[in-house]
Design a protein around this ligand. Structure first.
Ligand code: IPE
Ligand code: IPE
Ligand code: MG
Length: 257
């Protein structure tokens, strides 16, 4: 079942087969990739792909809440993306600002808690203020945590954690994996269960390299603007069918001692 027919979204929503109980990933992270190629395929400027990408974010946010996902982490802008042409970077910044302006009240009404992961250094002060205000405004919401990875890099995240640990003089014997996890931007959140990448690229691109150590990966050739509810549901179905062993044998997982 696919949702390729125009206007079929509502139909598909009802037709989607339910996921097996207890098999919905709690934390889903998405590398929203392929906006540029989506636009190129249609003879449109890359910026149009980004515009459609933002539209799609709203769709997948709704789908996540409906499916029972509790935390959605989205890769919106990497520390490496600054090296793109200036006009494209400016457009991406403007789109994110517009997204906050347009969507904040409806996100709030829908119980979405917005968080930011990444560095604020280098981000325009007006944008910094907007992000901080959006996080503050929604901080008590509990239905879905939307974790926005913006000016985010996995190596930068590990580096800032190490620096803080050293600065705070934490003794060596207290530096554990749990402690390092708490010094990541994601601090109190559980690690992602499922990391989705659209557009077919088989790489991590500096995303959640600490937290993703045991995540299930799902890659689809679909470009991000076309990644709809049905595609999202399919990713969750694939996840539900996976056997997560965390180093153990299948027998151990199925017959715990
Ligand atoms: C993802 O789409 C959006 C961002 C990186 C901000 P791309 O812009 O990377 O699209 P492609 O990969 O060039 O098609
Ligand atoms: C990763 O996509 C970053 C985001 C989706 C924000 P890129 O398109 O920047 O990744 P690479 O450069 O192809 O690895
Ligand atoms: Mg890309």
């Amino acid at each position: 079942m696919t949702a390729t027919v125009n206007g079929a979204a509502a139909l598909v929503k009802n037709e989607l087969s339910p996921l097996p109980p207890g098999r919905v990933p709690k934390h889903v992270a998405i590398i929203m990739d392929g906006n540029g190629r989506w636009a190129k395929q249609r003879g449109l400027p890359r910026t149009e792909g980004h515009r459609q990408g933002v539209e799609n974010l709203r769709r997948i946010l709704n789908a996540s809440a409906r499916e029972g996902v509790k935390i959605l982490t989205i890769y919106a802008f990497s520390t490496e993306n600054w090296s793109r042409p200036k006009v494209e970077v400016q457009m991406l910044m403007r789109l994110l600002e517009m997204f906050i302006d347009r969507e904040l009240s409806s996100l709030h009404e829908n119980g979405v808690q917005i968080r930011h992961i990444g560095e604020m250094d280098g981000v325009h002060p007006r944008m910094q203020k907007k992000i901080r205000e959006a996080c503050e405004f929604t901080k008590n919401n509990t239905r879905l945590i939307l974790n926005v990875a913006f000016n985010y890099g996995g190596r930068k995240e590990i580096l800032q954690a190490v620096k803080r640990i050293v600065r705070e003089g934490i003794p060596e014997d207290q530096v554990t994996e749990d402690l390092i996890s708490r010094y990541m931007y994601t601090g109190d959140l559980p690690d992602p269960d499922l990391i989705i990448r659209t557009s077919g690229e088989l790489r991590v691109s500096n995303f959640l390299i600490w937290q993703g150590s045991y995540a299930e990966y799902y890659v689809t050739p679909t470009f991000w603007p076309d990644f709809d509810d049905a595609e999202f549901h399919k990713a969750l179905e694939v996840y539900a069918s996976r056997h997560r062993r965390f180093g153990q044998t299948d027998e151990q997982v199925h017959n715990p001692a």
